[in-house]
Design a protein around this ligand. Structure first.
Ligand code: HEM
Length: 456
């Protein structure tokens, strides 16, 4: 229901300290605690807080998720934190003729263009994805007994993403991989407080964005050069170069660079985190490893020697996908995102005023015993039951019209990795019970070192 009213009853909760509100608790306490603690204290449906300088309501539980995902662009619109807006600016203030900074949602429009991430396009790319994964496993794992999983996952993810989004006809992918630490800095800065002081996350993220933007502009120039020679290409970067905006104008290079950077960042740490925690959880459970291996061996046995993965193979990886889903339930690679309220509305008996921000988060459902029995237990069979989790309780990719556009791409990338790894290796965790650090971006403290064992 939505209505405007003067007799408003705001949701329960606390705005915390003057100015900073509850930002410190939000950013630095475990996100698995911040939300459930307040749900228990105030309301299971909704509570108010002040984070990142904004009056915010956190909308909770499956009903909250459903309400939010069903009212996009009616009651809410996307909101990027101030740090995100500043990091992804595609203009420099010294150049007043440049257009205003685009929001990340503009890169979303481009990535949602028909074709790019649709199954047909992904199916065409799958063989190459398999090939790149094999090559990287060979060059980074072959002959080694110990691997830093997280570091490798980042290299793999960034290589795949830049080859796919920037096009494979140049060496841009290797150049992006050299910038891997800058991508980390940006990811950490996305939810940082705006303190542009050396040593602070926001300062590092800005520096990183400048370095990546510079490199991307070189890649764009090279791409334009190739296109002018008539080389036919079908990647997102080419599309951005030729597409015109609403005013019939081509995008400037800074703008294209920012949009590409947005897509690379969105698809980078999420996939790398999932791969890393997948290796952790499977490394802890040999019974699960054996089931994955059985499934992958059957798929490999049905193929000719050296034949690359195809779309139908991916659809057979049902158990493997359930294991990945369970990984994302226990360690969601992205906690949640913000919206801005477009008009006053009421929810669960409370009024939420226009201009406030709304935050939805996986942590209001993913470990809630109401929806997941024995929530701390790693149990891929939860997704086997024909009805699976209750709708809107399991939302690692969000839902509704804003659901992650990279979901299918991520599924293929992670399954392709798992297929190649289990067929060749067993592994053991070198630091059992390794501490997980990082609040908005969960990270194993030591980078998840593993010891490899070949099957032979
Ligand atoms: C395991 C991997 C991934 C997870 C768990 C994940 C999760 C999410 C979530 C929760 C959102 C927010 C949706 C919302 O605001 O309601 C999102 C948005 C987004 N994701 Fe992903 N994502 C993953 C991989 C990727 C990949 C590989 C790409 C790039 C191809 C990508 C591109 C995007 C973009 C561009 C958005 C912004 C969408 C918008 O604002 O409309 N993601 N993702």
């Amino acid at each position: 229901q939505n209505r405007s009213s003067k007799n408003t009853k705001l949701p329960p909760g606390s705005f915390g300290w003057p100015v900073i509100g509850e930002t410190i608790e939000f950013l630095f306490s475990n996100p698995e605690n911040f939300v459930p603690d307040r749900m228990n204290k105030y309301s299971q449906d909704i509570f108010k807080t002040k984070i990142m300088g904004e009056k915010t309501v956190v909308i909770c539980g499956p009903n909250g998720h459903k309400f939010l995902f069903s009212n996009e662009e009616k009651l809410f619109t996307v909101f990027r934190t101030h740090s995100m807006q500043r990091i992804f600016r595609s203009y420099q203030s010294k150049n007043p003729s440049c257009p205003p900074p685009p929001s990340l949602s503009q890169s979303t429009r481009v990535i949602r263009q028909p074709g790019f991430l649709k199954p047909e396009a992904l199916a065409r790319y799958l063989g190459e994805m398999d090939c790149i994964t094999k090559e990287l496993l060979q060059s980074h794992w072959e002959g080694k007994s110990e691997i830093q999983t997280y570091h490798f996952a980042k290299i793999l993810t960034l290589s795949l993403a830049s080859r796919f989004f920037l096009g494979s006809a140049n060496s841009s992918s290797e150049r992006m991989v050299k910038l891997v630490h800058y991508f980390d800095d940006i990811t950490l800065g996305l939810h940082a407080m705006i303190l542009n002081v050396p040593g602070m996350a926001f300062y590092r993220a800005n520096k990183a964005a400048i370095a990546i933007r510079r490199e991307l502009i070189d890649v764009i120039k090279e791409k334009k050069d190739e296109m002018s020679k008539g080389v036919k290409m079908q990647d997102i970067l080419c599309h951005m170069i030729v597409v015109k905006d609403n005013n019939g104008e081509f995008m400037g290079e800074n703008e294209i660079a920012d949009k590409i950077m947005g897509i690379l960042v969105a698809g980078y740490s999420t996939v790398a985190t999932t791969i890393t925690f997948l290796m952790k959880y499977v490394g802890e459970r040999f019974d699960i490893y054996e089931k994955i291996l059985k499934e992958q061996k059957e798929i490999a046995a049905a193929k000719k020697e050296g034949e690359l993965l195809e779309w139908e193979d991916m659809n057979k990886m049902k158990y493997s996908w359930n294991v990945i889903c369970e990984t994302m339930r226990l360690t969601p690679p992205l906690q949640g995102t913000f919206r801005e309220v477009l008009i006053d509305f009421t929810y669960a008996g409370y009024t939420i005023p226009k201009g406030w921000k709304v935050y939805w988060t996986t942590s209001s459902t993913n470990k809630n015993p109401l929806y997941f029995q024995d929530p701390q237990v790693f149990d891929p069979s939860r997704y086997e039951k024909c009805d699976g989790p209750i709708p809107y309780t399991y939302v690692p990719f969000g839902g509704g019209p804003r659901m992650c556009p990279g979901k299918e791409y991520a599924r293929l990338a992670i399954l392709t990795f798992l297929h190649n790894v289990v067929l060749k290796y067993k592994w053991e965790l070198l630091v059992p019970n390794e501490k997980i650090v990082g609040d908005m971006m969960p990270t194993p403290e030591n980078g998840l070192p593993i010891r490899l064992h070949d099957h032979q």
